[in-house]
Design a protein around this ligand. Structure first.
Ligand code: BG6
Length: 485
């Protein structure tokens, strides 16, 4: 879908997000012919750089993150030609008038401001955008972490909201831009097959795993102030849970979808110091091994022996409504786990009665696996008869749809879609203010219960599936984690 000409201003343009994600994503869209000729991109940060120096920075970002074969054509120079640079500081005046005149020079463009900066700068940057007349008709994009608890999230949302009305605020959760996550909506609402079974009469439980093999590495400084609950569960994991659990919206209109997600967040059973010990596990990795060899523990990476920040969380969440009563949603996420796997596994109930005799073997319940990464795809596990002339022996096989094999196209990065959705004015895949706050409302008492229990996180060896307590959490309910759905 074509987009209108835009002027995208990226604050924090020389930072990590810009280098690793935004510049490569914009180049890819340009390469695919999706960016109108007139569109321009203005980088802003405190560093004094010329336009050419910023272009050289962007060129390096492309070299580092895009396969060389895609950087051979004239598109690279066309893309770099869209870039310019203004040095400005959120706390000082120089640079802002220059930025304002560059944006004003393209008055017929959609003005987009991407705040790829520390959240502490969101408020001050928005204020300056307001003061220099840049906010009018402008759209602002902000990233997590949106606060570190409910109170700070409300304060941050208020600061941004003083300048930009909610319908021009785009809160990115990049998991919502992943192909397979959007496919979850297609799977649920474009097939007649699943929705009638999508409830507690037919689904036994749901598992959501977002496992990373990497440690925190050079992000230890930020990570130590957050931990896995704030970094992954409050946003990505809860968004995935919402997409599985929400009622069918009446359309894909942004508010129709977000209203349904909000209802799920509000229906989450509270976890506090009464039940925290039985339904949550927090862990922290120790030295161990990954595919590449020996790896240090979290405390070594951080350079401090005292941190009690969790690098792993497992939670048994419950959605208290008619559809989901009694169906646990087991969530787990962690750094330095055995492999990089993100998937949602919907486990159906067993058949009510077996017509087969013992020689047929056990009947495994059906499972629907939505694999986010790697090897994006969808698998439906079914029971069939083992081929052969003997009696009936049953076996479990997957109907397996790998996107890479089925479509043979490059899987676009989440940011490619999300940035252009901002220009399109489509907020469906962005978090609304009340959603973010509802997620914190559920997370805050868990963090508080952990804090008051004063128990250190449980150690786990890097390269494993987390602390044994996480296995006990699900096995207590007579279920097991599925390592490869
Ligand atoms: C980010 C977290 O939001 O998501 C990181 O801050 C995490 O800690 C990352 O590594 C995971 O994203 P992806 O797309 O690699 O699964």
């Amino acid at each position: 879908i074509p987009v209108a000409p835009f002027t995208l201003t990226v604050f924090g343009a020389t930072g990590d997000l810009s280098r690793r994600k935004l510049i490569p994503a914009l180049f890819h869209r340009d390469l695919d012919g999706q960016i109108p000729d007139e569109a321009t991109i203005i980088g802003v940060s405190r560093r004094p750089l010329s336009d050419d120096e910023f272009r050289a920075f962007a060129r390096q970002a492309l070299n580092d993150h895009i396969p060389a074969a895609e950087l051979q054509g004239p598109e690279v120079d066309r893309f770099l030609g869209r870039l310019s640079y203004v040095a400005a500081d959120a706390g000082a005046e120089p640079g802002w008038s220059e930025l304002a005149s560059r944006v004003a020079a393209q008055a017929d463009h959609v003005p987009v401001y991407y705040l790829a900066t520390a959240p502490a700068l969101f408020g001050p940057i928005c204020e300056k955008l307001g003061k220099y007349g840049l906010a009018e008709n402008g759209r602002v994009v902000i990233e997590k972490p949106i606060g570190k608890d409910l109170k700070s999230a409300i304060a941050l949302n208020q600061q941004v909201g003083r300048i930009f009305p909610e319908d021009r605020v785009y809160r990115i959760d990049h998991y919502l831009g992943k192909e397979t996550v959007q496919n979850l909506m297609a799977l649920r609402f474009a097939n007649a097959l699943f929705e009638p079974l999508w409830n507690n009469a037919h689904i036994d439980h749901v598992q959501i795993t977002v496992a990373e093999a990497l440690g925190v590495e050079e992000r230890a400084g930020y990570y130590d102030t957050a931990g896995a609950m704030r970094d992954m569960v409050q946003n990505h994991m809860l968004q995935l849970l919402c997409l599985v659990a929400m009622e069918p919206p009446s359309s894909l209109d942004a508010d129709a979808v977000r209203d349904e997600k909000l209802k799920v967040l509000r229906a989450l059973k509270p976890i506090d110091d009464h039940n925290m010990a039985t339904v949550t596990v927090r862990g922290q990795y120790r030295a161990g091994a990954s595919a590449g060899g020996a790896v240090p523990g979290y405390l070594e990476e951080l350079g401090s022996s005292r941190s009690q920040t969790e690098t792993f969380v497992a939670v048994k969440a419950e959605v208290e409504n008619w559809r989901w009563a009694g169906v646990p949603f087991y969530l787990r996420t962690g750094k330095r786990l055995a492999s990089r796997v993100s998937e949602i596994v919907v486990n159906f109930r067993p058949v009510p009665h077996s017509v087969f005799d013992d020689t047929a073997g056990p009947i495994d319940p059906n499972r629907l696996v939505i694999r986010l990464q790697p090897d994006e795809g969808v698998k439906l596990w079914l029971m069939i008869k083992d081929p052969g002339p003997g009696g009936i022996r049953l076996t479990h096989v997957p109907l397996d749809m790998s996107f890479a094999k089925a479509f043979k196209v490059r899987n676009p990065d989440a940011y490619e879609r999300l940035i252009l959705d901002v220009v399109r004015g489509n907020q469906t895949l962005f978090m609304r203010r009340d959603e973010v706050e509802a997620a914190w409302r559920w997370v805050d008492p868990i963090l508080e219960a952990w804090r008051s229990a004063k128990e250190p996180p449980r150690p786990y060896t890097a390269g494993t599936w987390g602390p044994s307590a996480a296995i006990a959490l699900i096995e207590r309910d007579g279920r097991t984690w599925l390592e490869d759905g």
